[in-house]
Design a protein around this ligand. Structure first.
Ligand code: HEC
Length: 125
């Protein structure tokens, strides 16, 4: 019984110690962010079909998309490692290193913006 009382006091103390700011921050975040939808929205009236998914998968893993024929999207956005390459900055053609690391591509269809800097960096593969 005494142990329960001690736990209740500890929980109340913890609740009091929680800054009110945390609640405000949580409310702001809840207004700004939403749960990831279980069904992806069509982008610009371009509905998702199985054929498009299959084509996207094939292109994503195809190194022929790079000038060198060595890199696929999966080289830097490795789906087996969370959609990125876990490197400080990605390695490109001829062992060049770019100025940025690879962000994950997981759920990137839902991003409000893609490629915050020079898209040319992407082309020099
Ligand atoms: C040599 C490494 C490399 C390869 C190969 C590569 N990417 Fe990227 N990717 C990057 C880097 C680095 C960025 C970040 C660029 C920036 O922030 O300007 C990026 C950014 C992105 C983003 C934006 C993600 C975000 O959160 O804004 C998407 C989407 C993406 N790449 C998809 C692809 C696709 C699709 C391919 C294949 C056609 C591909 N990438 C090939 C390195 C690579």
């Amino acid at each position: 019984m005494k142990r329960h009382w001690v736990l209740a006091v500890a929980a109340a103390a913890a609740a009091l110690a929680l800054p009110a700011k945390a609640d405000t921050l949580r409310e702001q975040a809840a207004q700004q962010f939403q749960a990831i939808p279980s069904i992806l929205p069509a982008v610009h009236n371009n509905p998702i079909t199985k054929a498009k998914i299959d084509l996207g998968r094939a292109l994503f893993f195809d190194p022929r998309l790079s000038a060198s024929g060595v890199f696929s999207c999966n080289s830097c956005h490795n789906l087996a490692t969370g959609g990125d390459d876990n490197l400080e900055t990605s390695i490109g053609h001829g062992w060049q290193k770019g100025p940025r690391n690879s962000p994950t591509v997981l759920n990137s269809v839902l991003n409000q913006a893609q490629f915050w800097c020079n898209p040319q960096e992407h082309m020099a593969l």
